[in-house]
Ligand binder design. Sequence first.
Ligand SMILES: [Zn+2]
Length: 547
Amino acid sequence: MPYEPFKADRAKPSDLLKNLKREYIESSQWVPIDEVSEGLVILTTDPEWIQTSRVVNNVFSRSRLVYRVCSQREFNATLNLFFGGGGGGGMSSGSEMGDTSMDEMLSAMGGDEEEVDDIIQEDVSAAADNELVKLVNKIIMDAHRMGASDIHVEPAPGKGKTVIRLRKDGSLLPYIEVPSSFRNSLVTRIKIMCDLDISEKRKPQDGKIKFNKYGPLDIELRVATIPSQGGMEDIVMRILATGEPIKLNELGLSARNLETLKAVISKPYGLFFVCGPTGSGKTTTLHSVLGHINKPETKIWTAEDPVEITQKGLRQVQINKKAGMDFATIMRAFLRADPDVIMVGEMRDKETVSIGIEASLTGHLVFATLHTNSAPESIVRLLDMGMDPFNFSDALLGVLAQRLAKRLCKKCKKPHTATQEELKSLLAEYSTELMNCASWRQDANAAYKALYAEWVKLFADEMGRFTLYEPVGCEDCSGTGYRGRVGLHELMVGTDLIKKNIQEHARVAEMIANALNEGMRTLKQDGIEKVLSGITDMHQVRVVCMK
Ligand SMILES: [Zn+2]
């Protein structure tokens, strides 16, 4: 990094400085000093951070930047030269006035109501500042372009920087750090964008940004603010998935699951659940299912919170609890509105489940999500809620449990031929799930051999060898070795035997054993099959299948 000495006769680059405030330059410790053929010249005291944070790129859209380093004293002297103050640019001047921030000055004036108003007024005008508006827009557009699901804004008190992280494929990645002088205006700007009360900083608030009002992207963000330690306000923005549903064939279901699922959802009436924890892609899957049966002759009502994916032909209703539009109310309204199919974002209480069962027994197809871990567990949970086992077993078409596992990056994953040890361990893990099955209890040895033969047929090459992959990391996957996610599925069908189990209040273990005997695969088994297909690795399968 070349050193740039202080030059008392340096010309002020007015063009480059026109959108930069002195306060911002002082706290962020970089300033543009010249534009030469090699690029824009940036003077800084902290070259490593300035370069890695890419903060300059957020302000200047130049593709080429040249960095120069100097001492703190020389940096201050250069600022005095550009902005005045001190001893007219002399090395000995220092900048005592400049070191006092507006906040410090205001707080020194006393702590009455007016002061609070003044600070807010300051934030509002700073929030309207063109560069800041651009910065917030860029954060949102970058996050969307990178396929992130959430944007976390984490301010620190005092001179601490505001950390911004993005959640992508389930994990947080560092994105940028914003200098403390931008903290309040950044938070205020986001709150203005979603119509929140900007003077309320002590209570959590939630709102929504319709981004097409501010930028060239038609997306919506759900915003939550939370007061945090040190009088700060954290903000988390969820980018709502938009656009077309994924085709059922492209959901990553195994061939067997896809075929079974298509058969189950083509029934004229009954109850079908998709279950899994938050963020496991339940809504995406339900919309794919609806897309499959969405025909002009079918009336489909949906109640969702929020409506994320939209589909032509569906009549979609947004939950609004404040206005009395909860799931139960809307479901009852649907029943009076001549439906064929009803989709309910979430069934979490006895009332909504009862209406769902009633609707399906009166000839409607009802889809819903549940916050349960596995397919058999969902059934037990619903029975525990007090559902009538006979009505419920009559209505039940099936339950699909789902998880999202990280997909190995196609570009850099490293293949190797599976060793005997690796195969044995996969077989052991797969068959642990089958131990309660009748066929395994009768003759485990034969069942083991049959399973191995099936694997050879499905996953091995002509020589009978299996290929497994390891994550490596490349530019495409930000060095993580993983890119995108794949669904793991456990599809339990409401067969006669399962219906009988429900009526008899059978134990979960018995229901699992019966379902496995009838061909169900557990989440983990589906994951192991996806490891053998080279889509993911065992580590990721274990992570998402942990109970
Ligand atoms: Zn890669």
